[in-house]
Design a protein around this ligand. Structure first.
Ligand code: NAI
Length: 293
């Protein structure tokens, strides 16, 4: 199978690179090699490589910055995926794109289903929802996986932030009224790989961790696993104002993907397995375009 991976050097992209099946012919492109907002470049690369599947791990993920950097966020999160969908349609490729729990407003009292109506409360969520709509308008058979609270050995994420702060502080205040499901990027990568081979799969799927926690409880779990005595004090969202408002309930129901044979992320086990590499700073060289297999 010929697979084009975009956004190859973000945390999901790198997690995919670690796990792609050896039998795949993979073209991995970081933002320097393929800017997904450049329609002509996307078309050129896709026409030349002729992938069977495009995996899009590229995104504008700075949630707070997106409130003021709106044009860029919309370009990367909405126009970029649309460009990939157009190019995929031209060559008959399938597209697996990633979206977010932040398309919801968080007012629901139970886990969000794929059929629930999005109603984003921040610009990042709005741009990601626009991306979903543009993808399906061009390629109705595309796959969109909505995920949440992603962490890994790579990039920047909540786990790394907590470990960095704990290195210099004995007590941390962390929000305790936003609840969601942490997701290990390696598990999300495996879910994408499974769907890449599932020819019948299409539409929206939710994929996240199997246990819901508040950010405060997530921080406590991180310090238990890494055996640190950092004290974590719960505070409300109101006591920690951010540029972008976050949904209070980010929990998503993953039954649809489970029925397709993909188990939710066992994030607690992954935290334990990944704890050594999580605490080290990973700065690999920026590679160029290459066919890995
Ligand atoms: N990190 C998280 O907690 C969550 C992430 N997501 C979604 O998961 C997906 C993966 O996110 P992460 O790997 O965590 O993000 P990341 O920020 O680590 O990686 C995104 C990558 O996209 C690249 N990129 C940015 N603009 C680009 C462009 N114009 N063309 C090509 N590449 C470009 C960046 O250079 C970066 O390497 C994204 O779709 C994100 O919206 C959803 C929910 C939560």
């Amino acid at each position: 199978m010929r697979v084009l991976l975009t956004g190859a050097y973000g945390q999901l992209g790198r997690s995919l690179l670690d796990r792609v099946p050896a039998a795949w012919v993979l073209l991995a492109c970081g933002s320097a090699e393929l800017d997904i907002t450049d329609r002509a470049a996307v078309e050129r690369v896709v026409k030349k490589f002729r992938p069977d599947v495009i995996l899009n791990a590229a995104a504008y993920t700075a949630v707070d910055k997106a409130e003021t950097d709106r044009v860029r966020a919309m370009k990367v999160n909405a126009i970029g995926p649309e460009n990939l969908a157009l190019a995929a349609r031209d060559v008959g490729a399938r597209l697996i794109h990633i979206s977010t729990d932040y398309v919801f407003d968080g007012s629901k009292k139970t886990p969000y289903l794929e059929s629930d109506q999005p109603c984003p409360i921040n610009f990042y969520g709005l741009s990601k929802w626009e991306g979903e709509k543009r993808v399906f308008a061009v390629l109705p058979q595309a796959i969109v996986i909505r995920t949440s609270w992603v962490f890994s050995e790579y990039g920047s994420n909540f786990v790394k932030t907590m470990l960095r702060l704990a290195a210099t502080r004995t007590e941390l205040s962390v929000v305790n009224d936003q609840v969601g499901c942490p997701t290990y990027a390696g598990d999300l990568a495996m879910a994408m790989i499974a769907l890449a081979s599932a020819e019948q799969a299409q539409g929206i799927y939710h994929y996240c961790g199997d246990v819901a926690v508040s950010w405060c409880e997530f921080a406590q779990a991180i310090f238990v696993v890494t055996q640190q005595d950092t004290v974590v004090k719960g505070i409300s969202s109101g006591q920690y104002p951010t540029a972008a408002v976050r949904p209070l309930n980010s929990v998503m129901n993953c039954t649809r993907l489970q029925e397709a044979g993909v188990t939710p992320s066992d994030w607690q086990a992954c935290l334990l397995l990944a704890r050594l590499s999580l605490s080290s700073v990973f700065t690999p060289p920026e590679p160029g375009v290459k066919v890995l297999h």
